[in-house]
Design a protein around this ligand. Structure first.
Ligand code: PNW
Length: 561
């Protein structure tokens, strides 16, 4: 039998045997055919601490994540000491991108690899500068444009010890952390800006602020949930503005690049119509906390300010736990984003939860909302990551309306699976995730006229997944962390992504789109089955996958690869 016939027959059988998912909404979840705008940017992302290793090579200083990991605080006592060893293996990483036809790469620079103490006056680590120059040159030589994040959580430990990191004097005029971040940014613009045209100041300040300085389970492990996150966020926003203006004043004319920030946000959907305000409040406290000052008017969202003022009264405080910007600061913060960087993974269901207890206030209860998830939303390996493709379309639409229709770069999106034996190389769930989410992004772009300019897959490689260590895998490529050579192996999702990039979406009539059409309902169904059969290890559906999908997938690849 001709392979193509055999393939569709097999899929037909699979489809017939697949129960219809009650959550599938014919209209909302339908496959959109078409392509992204011609200049659309397809990229993949990593971060320094998660892939580089070489934690103490040359004069690199320790970061707060080195400290946390060396204290044994990570699952399985994993550390980023070696990670993917990209410090040495970067040419292989670049070759993988080339293979996939990617023309952009988002990576981060490790601050303490450049300035070991975080301060230029204490010395520069020239080997660190050489490393990033070599990586950037390798990218350019392969026709891949670098998008560089200046801060992806690895604060120099010395800055935490000397100044309290981002807690440093947050409401006085003597704050040094803004200037230090500005110096570091300037040094990067100076040394790499001739070749780097996309700069992201901070990655997910929400995580640094809340998990790093509020909850304190992330580095630098400062536990002060009533106020720590508000102070840190305040400083991060001002540091961002500083770095933006340095580029604007000193480099833009000569280098002609763009500077933005990457914010993360889960979409909040109301559980019932009565929870609509609560859902909005949730998004304002999450995304608006940073986006409102930077992309709107230099100040926190109104609902955040009024809510926090009311809390202060209830708590008998004279001032709000949410700090205030001075009029000059507001002016300097407003409009400091040439593009809007967005990391998005999941959606939560929000309920109104009025009047939580005030004895131990914290950012979670400050919002007066409850969060959960619908029973039919499938879950990834990460406990927080539920697969809700339509959420990203809603969030993109919200950003368009709320922040004056900015150019949006999706700088991360992806899903995890488990570190298990045998390794998940036929990563159908990841293929389905990318298929469904990118299609929703295309709806936002082509149907809702959102200016989405880029889509970035997290991640190029399996890597150090923060507190989960190497137990959760997000990569398009598999890395064996027990193998000293850290060989990379392409997963099925990298083949899928290559086709997606080559097709620039889902053009009518292409072989790729036909394949996607065949997979569409299966993707919307199997992921649900996965959560039902979820055991923490291999899900029941995995066996179904290998039986009904692995074989047709192989054939599909031979047809379309
Ligand atoms: C982002 N959460 O982090 C980061 O930018 C990446 O470094 C990370 O690897 C990726 O998403 C996957 O997690 C997050 O607990 C880390 O809700 C944790 C959470 C969300 C995002």
């Amino acid at each position: 039998m001709e392979p193509r016939k055999f393939f569709s027959l097999l899929l037909g059988v699979t489809l017939a045997l697949t129960p219809i998912n009650g959550a599938y909404d014919k209209e909302r979840d339908a496959l959109l055919k078409g392509t992204f705008p011609q200049d659309f940017i397809w990229s993949s992302a990593t971060a320094a601490y998660q892939i580089e290793g070489a934690w103490n090579v040359s004069d690199k200083g320790p970061s707060v994540w080195d400290t946390l990991a060396h204290q044994g605080r990570v699952y399985n006592q994993d550390t980023g000491d070696v990670a993917c060893d990209s410090y040495h293996k970067y040419p292989e990483d670049v070759a993988l991108m080339k293979q996939m036809g990617l023309k952009y790469y988002r990576f981060s620079i490790s601050w303490p690899r450049i300035f070991p103490t975080g301060e230029q006056q204490d010395g520069v680590n020239q080997d660190g500068v050489r490393y990033y120059n070599a990586l950037i040159n390798e990218l350019i030589a392969n026709d891949i444009q670098p998008m560089v994040t200046l801060f992806h959580w690895d604060l120099p430990q010395v800055l935490q010890d000397r100044y309290g990191g981002f807690l440093n004097n947050h409401t006085t005029n003597t704050t040094v952390i803004h200037d230090l971040f500005g110096d570091y940014a300037r040094f990067c613009y100076q040394n790499f800006g001739d070749r780097v045209k996309y700069w992201i100041t901070f990655n997910e300040p929400w995580i640094t602020s809340w998990l790093g300085y509020g909850v304190g389970n992330f580095a630098p492990q400062h536990n002060e949930p009533a106020e720590g996150q508000y102070k840190a966020a305040h400083n991060i926003i001002l540091s961002h503005a500083k770095a933006y203006h340095i580029y604007d004043d000193e480099f833009r004319a000569a280098q002609g690049g763009q500077v933005g920030i990457t914010l993360n946000c889960d979409w909040g959907t109301p559980k019932t119509p009565a929870d609509a305000d609560a859902a909005l409040r949730y998004v304002q406290f999450f995304l608006g906390w940073f986006a409102h000052p930077i992309y709107k008017n230099g100040d926190y969202p109104e609902v955040m300010k009024t809510t926090m003022a009311r809390k202060a009264q209830e708590e008998g405080r004279t001032t709000s736990r949410l700090p205030e910007f001075t009029p000059e600061q507001k002016l300097s913060i407003s409009g400091t984003g040439d593009f809007f960087g967005l990391n998005h993974y999941t959606t939560v269901e929000v309920t109104d939860a009025c009047c939580t207890p005030i004895e131990n206030p914290n950012y979670d209860t400050d919002k007066d909302v409850g969060t959960g998830h619908a029973p039919d939303w499938p879950r990834a390996a990460s406990s927080w990551l539920y697969v809700v493709p339509w959420g990203i379309r809603n969030l993109l639409g919200f950003i368009k309306e709320e922040y004056g229709d900015p150019e949006i770069y999706v700088t991360e999106n992806g899903r995890s699976d488990h570190d298990q034996d045998p390794a998940i190389m036929m990563d159908m769930e990841r293929i389905c995730y990318y298929m469904m989410y990118t299609n929703e992004v295309m709806k936002a772009s082509n149907m809702d006229n959102v200016k989405v300019k880029a889509y970035t897959a997290w991640s190029l490689l399996d890597n150090f997944e923060w507190l989960s260590g190497y137990s959760e895998r997000f990569g398009l490529h598999y890395v064996d962390f027990n193998d000293p050579t850290r060989t990379r192996y392409p997963k099925a999702s990298s083949v899928f992504f290559k086709q997606l990039v080559r097709n620039n979406g889902y053009p009518e009539g292409s072989e790729f789109t036909k394949y996607v059409e065949n997979m569409w309902y299966f993707c919307h169904n199997t992921t649900e089955a996965e959560v039902n059969g979820y055991t923490g290890g291999a899900s029941q559906i995995s066996s179904l996958f290998s039986l009904f999908l692995a074989i047709p997938m192989m054939i599909a690849y031979s047809l379309i690869a």
